[in-house]
Design a protein around this ligand. Sequence first.
Ligand SMILES: *Cc1c(COP(=O)(O)O)cnc(C)c1O
Length: 484
Amino acid sequence: MLIETRGNDGIRDANIGLYEAILKPSASFNGLWSLKNIPQINIDDIKNLSYNDLVKYVFNILGADSSLLNEALLSYKTFDNVNIPLEFDRLDDNLFLQKLYTGPTRAFKDMAMQPFGKILCNLAKKDDKKYLILTATSGDTGPATLEAVKNQQNVYVVCIYPNNGTSDVQRLQMTTNSASNIKVLALDGDFDDAQSTLKNLLNNTNFKEFLSQHNFSISATNSVNFGRIIFQIIYHIYSYVYLLKHSIISDVESINIIVPSGNFGNALGAFYAKKMGVKINKIIIATNANSVLFDFIKTGKYDISNRKLLKTNSPAMDILKSSNMERVLFHLYGPSRTKELMENLDLYQSYEINKDELKELNFYFDAHTSNDNDVLSTIKKYAQKNIIIDPHTATALLAYKNYNMKTIVASTAEWSKFAPTITKALDLDFISNDKDALHYISTQFALPIHRNIESLFNKDECNNTIVSNDNICDVIKEWLIDID
Ligand SMILES: *Cc1c(COP(=O)(O)O)cnc(C)c1O
């Protein structure tokens, strides 16, 4: 059962099931849906479960409808290892890399988006309703969404990305997708512009009337949708059990988990895992120069009033309003306090928790921040050991110090998505584009390029319409009339 983070407005249902929240992610007072009860896991019960059986176990104890799960979990069959959608590398005695990028788009978004997308599409088909997903992406959410829903009936996706604002690989992952239920739009402007254009569309009365006339309902696939979060709890539990099963830790030992964070969906999954009784000491939040989460966890003050969004070399973490922190506030301080804090954020662009509340927060979280230069030198340092990491993973490795405790570092993207940053870190300034950088690193370090990445460069960019703020609404309407 799910309830709302800012309390109930007396109009909506106060309790809904997972599938309802997937289709209608909006909650009272602009809040989010979150777990009503957080049950305890019995580690003995899960020790010998396969990954997919663990997913079912977690759905069960959370009371989530699992009727569509078998089919959804088939999507993990396309990952590198057909039995487990993640892999581990041991970097030293205490340090483990949790590779969450073995799916079709080579970034961790696939871990949740693949099964979640299948559930969403099946729900839409069962409902016999048409759902429109509008998404603004800075690079990774877009490709993962498109890959999860391509060629499905009843779900249509408009994906808006900043023209010239993504890497070549990220752009090609979107613009070469020829599925008829997908429309990719390159917006003149940056990611902030893409997001505010999206917001304007969702508030545009004329556009909303058009959608209801044509029987489209709106849904969302970003991590405000709880359907994504539930899948992000599981790999944290699995990782702990993996260390236990391989006798790397004993059953009285705790572990640390380091998560490169942006919208806080991945870290929220680890928070739930700890709440469910998994022996996690601290969840360490790694941030880049957009260090608002770092400040909050260290001082209790979440303040974006004096901040501008900075472009960094770990772009998937370039976020100021980290949506899923709201769910943590809700579980720690309750709905009325959460509503108050979130209203402060809207009104004053900041909120502050008191000392006792901060103490509670710090029972779960610690934080570390780094900048672009730190990231480059870390990539170089690991490359000298023949380990090629992406810039997001580098922010997490920077947060690692020997805590005398086994530590899991979430690795959220394959190097191949950010190859030019890696050649830059290696001072190979003569390489200027994604394709050359990919091939150079692949050859130099004997790393395969996944077929999904390699093939991008031979495909036609058939799905790419350049739009502006002024014509985007008409372009979307025309497309929807066309496919109707
Ligand atoms: C989305 C993303 C992140 C941030 O994850 P959140 O759940 O939004 O905190 C980090 N790294 C990569 C590569 C990503 O795609």
